[in-house]
Ligand binder design. Structure first.
Ligand code: CA
Ligand code: CA
Ligand code: CA
Ligand code: CA
Length: 263
């Protein structure tokens, strides 16, 4: 009997180990020319390596390395994005125009994977008011997408928008912040990173029925939630904290579900 439980555990673990690539930071409005200095950081939030060969950004093919504005290709290294690793995607180049100055003007982490698109802009140029970013795999399946707005970083030219935790829903304003410093954190951990224990509304470091009861009190208008309490409590990542979340937390407490957050 114990062996059966063990096998079920391995089975569930294998499923939860699915790789997950997340749009994690966006420099849509750099201080210098937008044409050569926009970039998008992606992060592997899963447990396994992901091969990005054949993937596309806004339906433009993603290629290895980066091309500077003189047309030279650098860091033509790998498509493999390891677990808990970052890649930075920059403008590409068509014939004699385009390329990127991002590696000249930003402190791009050397440990990140360098990638570019096979056109001379990211998603047709990342809008400074709003924009849509779509990442697809080699089978044209959408793996992540973000529809961002400039109020997410208070319309702050030169500061990126950073996802505060890669497990959050990155289509919600509350999940993002302006980078603490100008030029953001391309290829490395976001400056606004928040550690989140999903379900732990009380903030005492573990998840219990008490956390579920706080959500019910919040729903009844008897208490308010801070930002971190709200993000921790929204365990189904739908941007609302309500009795669905409290019942999921209770299921997690009695081990009917294995992992939070859950979609
Ligand atoms: Ca722009
Ligand atoms: Ca970053
Ligand atoms: Ca708690
Ligand atoms: Ca929710």
């Amino acid at each position: 009997m114990k062996l059966v439980y063990f096998l079920i555990f391995i089975f569930l673990f294998a499923f939860s180990a699915n790789a997950q690539i997340v749009i994690n930071e966006v420099m849509y409005d750099p201080i210098s020319s937008d044409s050569y200095n926009e970039w998008i950081e992606i992060y592997n939030n899963g447990n396994g390596n992901v091969n990005l060969s054949g993937w596309s950004l806004c339906d433009k093919k993603i290629l290895k390395g980066y091309i500077n504005t003189s047309g030279y290709l650098f860091r033509n290294e790998t498509f493999i994005l390891k677990s808990s690793s970052y890649a930075v995607i920059t403008d590409g180049r068509i014939s004699t125009t385009g390329g990127t100055d991002a590696y000249k003007n930003f402190d791009v982490d050397n440990d990140s994977v360098a990638l570019h698109v096979d056109v001379n802009s990211l998603c047709g140029g990342l809008g400074n008011t709003q924009g849509i970013i779509i990442l697809k795999d080699e089978n044209n399946i959408v793996k992540d997408s973000v529809s961002y707005y400039n109020y997410w970083n208070s319309n702050n030219e030169g500061k990126s928008i950073e996802l505060v935790n890669p497990s959050l829903n990155n289509n919600l304003s509350l999940s993002w912040n302006a980078s603490l410093n100008f030029n953001g954190t391309p290829g490395s951990k976001n400056s606004n990173f928040l550690k989140i224990i999903f379900g732990d509304v009380s903030g005492n470091g573990f998840v219990s029925a008490y956390d579920a009861s706080l959500i019910l009190r919040y729903g009844a208008g008897k208490m308010s939630l801070s930002r971190i309490q709200f993000l921790s409590g929204d365990v189904n990542l739908n941007g609302i904290v309500n009795n669905e979340d409290s019942s999921l937390i209770l299921k997690y407490v009695v081990k009917k579900i294995k992992e939070l957050p859950i979609l």
